[in-house]
Design a protein around this ligand. Structure first.
Ligand code: AHR
Length: 336
């Protein structure tokens, strides 16, 4: 890897050329906010790593825990000047934030891509500016894996598969009709969890009768479930791509006079406290964990990247899975 100074010198002309275009892109309300000097890496203490992070949004309990983990770990005491921006689940806001970080000449850019596709152009700009990029939580769908240094996050296909395998273990042979509350359309966890679940139930008599996005939020999960309940009176099972949508579905099911966890079984992904409490209370039947505590891994990889050390291209976060008894046992020590 090039030395930091070499990268910066090489980047200077590119950044100057980019500035005019970026200023247009960065002039609206979504400009990234940083805790420190807005002049970027060159203004910070030389041993401090200036890291620009573009977060998806604040759509779920999982996301709140993920943001907290990053902000709690990438602190001044730990050697970071963190510049953090919330994209409000919009790809254009993330692209704008990344361009602003390039313009500020941060040392490292990290982001959790809201959707999988459409990143090559901005990642090529970061590469041309000599700024390494680390993906956290979600992947990009790019043919060129030199556009990022490392991808830290869960195996979402495996999460969907574990959810589906448990459904088959519990309910195969009963002719269950299932509906799916999908995550944000085009997002890696939406695509992968759907595929993993579908693969796992193939060959069983569980039938997926409908599938719609609830955008990973409780409100939209509730709305979509209300629609499903009006359309079908024979739903046996809900697979929600995250806890928040599952919790929204619980509200819709109760409002329709049915008992969540009994009349309609519910399987979710995440394992945030609210979801685990609903599982302990018998309103959710099974949760596959998705670990949001990515801050420590991000800090470690960012330090190595800046030091020019080799890093693993893919770091898979380890996840557990919980039934009711396991949730009751885990809840007292749950961090998020
Ligand atoms: O990318 C991880 C997913 O994003 C979580 O499962 C979900 O809760 C969040 O919104």
């Amino acid at each position: 890897m090039m030395s930091k100074n070499f990268r910066r010198a090489g980047a200077a002309m590119f950044v100057a050329a980019l500035t005019a275009a970026s200023l247009v892109a960065c002039s609206s309300e979504q400009a990234p906010q940083g805790g420190g000097d807005e002049g970027g890496g060159s203004a910070a203490a030389s041993d401090t790593i200036v890291l620009g992070f573009s977060q998806v949004g604040a759509e779920s309990g999982w996301r709140a825990a993920n943001t907290k983990s990053i902000q709690d770990t990438l602190t001044q005491e730990n050697g970071f000047d963190l510049k953090f921006s919330d994209a409000q689940q919009k790809q254009e806001n993330q692209i704008q934030a990344i361009r602003s970080y390039i313009q500020q000449q941060v040392d490292v850019i990290a982001f959790s891509p809201v959707v999988e596709t459409g990143w090559d152009a901005v990642l090529e700009e970061a590469k041309a500016a000599g700024i390494p990029v680390i993906l956290t939580d979600r992947a990009v769908d790019s043919e060129d894996d030199t556009l990022y240094e490392s991808f830290i996050g869960s195996d979402f296909v495996e999460e969907g598969k574990r959810a589906g395998e448990w459904a088959v273990e519990q309910y195969d042979g009963e002719g269950y009709k299932a509906v799916e509350l999908q995550g944000t359309t085009g997002a890696a966890p939406m695509i992968d969890r759907q595929q993993g679940f579908a693969d796992a139930i193939a060959g069983s008599d569980i039938e997926m009768i409908d599938s719609q996005t609830g955008n990973f939020t409780r409100t939209e999960g509730k709305q979509v479930m209300e629609g499903f309940l009006q359309k079908y009176d024979d739903i046996d099972l809900v697979f929600a791509h995250n806890d928040d949508m599952g919790l929204g579905a619980i509200e819709a099911i109760e409002a329709a006079g049915k008992v969540p966890g009994k009349d309609i079984k519910i399987i979710t992904v995440d394992g945030v406290k609210d979801g685990m409490q609903a599982l302990a209370d018998g309103k959710i039947n099974y949760i596959v964990e998705c670990n949001p505590l990515l801050g420590p891994d991000l800090a470690e990889i960012a330090k190595k990247v800046v030091a020019g050390e080799a890093v693993e291209k893919r770091i898979v976060t380890q996840d557990e899975a919980f039934d009711q008894e396991a949730a009751k046992a885990a809840l007292p020590d749950r961090q998020y």
